[in-house]
Design a protein around this ligand. Structure first.
Ligand SMILES: Cc1cc2nc3c(=O)[nH]c(=O)nc-3n(C[C@H](O)[C@H](O)[C@H](O)COP(=O)(O)OP(=O)(O)OC[C@H]3O[C@@H](n4cnc5c(N)ncnc54)[C@H](O)[C@@H]3O)c2cc1C
Length: 509
């Protein structure tokens, strides 16, 4: 039997998973003076917001655009707190161009609010009351989110944070807690507008995993406001990995440690009065490691808890986790083409409705942004797919389905971008099986629990678990997926952990 290595044994706080949530939590906790170890199964950090290299191309593996880099945005606030420069980024304008495949001109999501108002009035006549209602709900949401609430509350302190974050506008928008975006459309008198509904379905599904009639109004209203100033979506210079690298610098500066190739395999709650967790895992080469931290911050999907905790998981909590609906999976195409074959002024992000292979979300690299050699562009396209069925297939069938999906996505891109089939210099596809391998997520699930009203905000899974010293953050925790969302959840869990140790954490605006 091998002797367990002592590596992360000295950790006072062990953070599991160095995606954006784990990097953010680890850096904040280390900055607050705790002895923090961050363990990551992969050879690199970033998780769903990382990159990989194929010959001369750098592909953003999942996330391709970043919210929260504007002044006062969550990434900016965190970088300022950590004393680290944020990654170089340019605001996206348009944020996205959405082709509803109905023969009408695509919808351009302009950054300038005035141009966006003119665009939506031309595209969806008679819908202005809907947009005004969304804007009012968003303003209430945004002020609330900026006061760092704790949601859902599980202690007196959590409740005090929540109440302190509420303003008069939230009391009004609170009436919409159980409403969906489709309800807002009906309330505004434009429920009959099927083109608007299709637009909302496409955009909301990207961020909430749900269409308009299943997306919480309090969430969806903010999604629709993300592109325009004073907020914005940003394109990182170099690659998405720059975000993780900047957070790594913050962790390092604060004295925390990141251990790559360290996979956690089991968590055992404190026994007796020790107050120490027992964390077991495998380091490089399968070498076992263990750690005895006082606190564990888990950024993996909470559906991993039954396997990690075994019988130590409280029965009621286990039932709650097993009742969660499956998150979505994704098929992601990574390709490259000569830039001259792309349409002139090709936007960086496009969305196109399609029944086969399904609505595509497309990201095209910009000249000189570090992703492709001069004169070429990377093209990434993703489509949602139910994840589990990909795991039931025998190898031959799996390969055939994968090849068929790749061909369907490529055909969709050829149509959208006016490309010849021979234009492609590179083409490959990741299925949920690939995602499971890259991220360690069960069935390669992407995104969180979905933003249905029954799982949003007060009805979501809490970062404070029933097991003392075990905290959750990441895209299954409020406010949900996206690098900005998981950073907010990391801040929330870090504040709770620090408060439990009598060290309040406050970020300046
Ligand atoms: C295709 C796709 C496109 C997206 N596009 C965008 C976008 O444009 N903009 C945006 O903001 N968001 C986007 N997202 C969402 C965003 O990428 C995620 O919400 C966010 O990056 C999740 O971060 P996380 O830290 O919670 O989880 P993850 O990124 O999954 O990080 C978890 C980490 O834990 C590690 N790990 C897993 N198991 C173990 C273990 N047992 N022990 C140790 N480590 C382990 C993993 O290797 C991983 O690094 C996209 C996601 C996908 C999949």
């Amino acid at each position: 039997m091998q002797t367990p290595a002592a590596d992360p044994a000295s950790a006072d706080v062990l953070v599991v998973g160095a995606g954006i949530a784990g990097l953010t939590a680890a850096a904040l906790l280390a900055k607050a003076g705790l002895q923090v170890e961050l363990v990551e199964a992969h050879r690199q950090s970033g998780g769903c917001a990382g990159t990989f290299q194929r010959g001369p191309y750098t592909f953003d593996v999942g996330a391709t655009q970043v919210a929260g880099l504007e002044p006062g945005g969550i990434h900016q606030r965190i970088f300022r707190h950590l004393g680290v420069a944020p990654p170089a980024a340019a605001a996206l304008d348009p944020g996205c161009v959405v082709d509803l495949a109905d023969g009408r001109p695509p919808v351009r999501l302009h950054r300038d609010p005035t141009r966006w108002r003119a665009e939506r009035q031309a595209q969806f006549p008679g819908s202005e009351r809907f947009w005004s209602l969304c804007a009012a709900v968003h303003q209430a949401n945004w002020a609330f989110a900026g006061r760092d609430p704790v949601l859902p509350p599980r202690s007196a302190w959590d409740l005090a944070q929540l109440l302190a974050a509420l303003g008069p506008l939230n009391l009004a928008s609170g009436l919409l807690t159980t409403a969906t975006m489709a309800d807002l459309q009906r309330l505004s008198g434009c429920g009959h507008d099927r083109r608007l509904r299709r637009f909302l379905d496409l955009q909301l599904k990207l961020y909430s995993q749900e269409p308009a009639d299943r997306t919480a109004a309090l969430y969806g209203a903010t999604v629709l406001a993300m592109v325009q100033e004073p907020l914005g979506l940003w394109h990182l210079q170099g690659s998405m990995q720059r975000l993780a690298e900047a957070l790594e610098r913050g962790l390092d500066l604060a004295g925390g440690t990141l251990r790559r190739r360290h996979r956690v395999t089991a968590l055992q709650p404190p026994i007796g009065t020790s107050g120490l967790w027992q964390v077991l895992g495998e380091g490089p080469g399968g070498r076992p490691f263990q750690a005895q931290p006082r606190d564990v911050v888990l950024t993996l999907p909470p559906q991993t808890l039954p396997a990690l905790l075994g019988d130590a998981l409280p029965a009621g909590y286990r039932r709650r986790l097993s009742a969660l609906p499956d998150p979505s999976g994704a098929l992601v195409f990574y390709g490259a083409v000569p830039r001259q074959q792309l349409p002139t002024d090709c936007p960086s992000h496009l969305q196109r409705d399609s029944s086969d292979p399904g609505p595509l979300f497309v990201s095209v690299s910009q000249e000189g942004d570090g992703r492709a050699p001069a004169g070429e562009a990377t093209v990434i396209a993703s489509v949602f797919t139910p994840a589990r069925p990909w795991f039931d297939l025998e190898e031959g069938t799996y390969q055939r389905r994968k090849a068929r999906a790749l061909a369907a996505i490529q055909a969709g891109l050829n149509q959208l971008l006016g490309l010849e089939a021979a234009a492609w210099c590179h083409a490959e596809l990741a299925t949920p099986r690939g995602w499971a391998g890259w991220t360690g997520r069960p069935f390669g699930w992407v995104g969180g629990l979905g933003q249905h009203p029954s799982r949003f905000g007060p009805f979501g899974l809490a970062s404070r678990t029933p097991l003392a010293g075990l905290w959750l953050c990441g895209d299954a925790i409020h406010p949900g997926e996206g690098t900005a969302g998981v950073s907010l959840s990391a801040l929330m869990a870090s504040r709770q952990l620090l408060q439990a140790r009598g060290r309040p954490l406050h970020l300046d605006d």
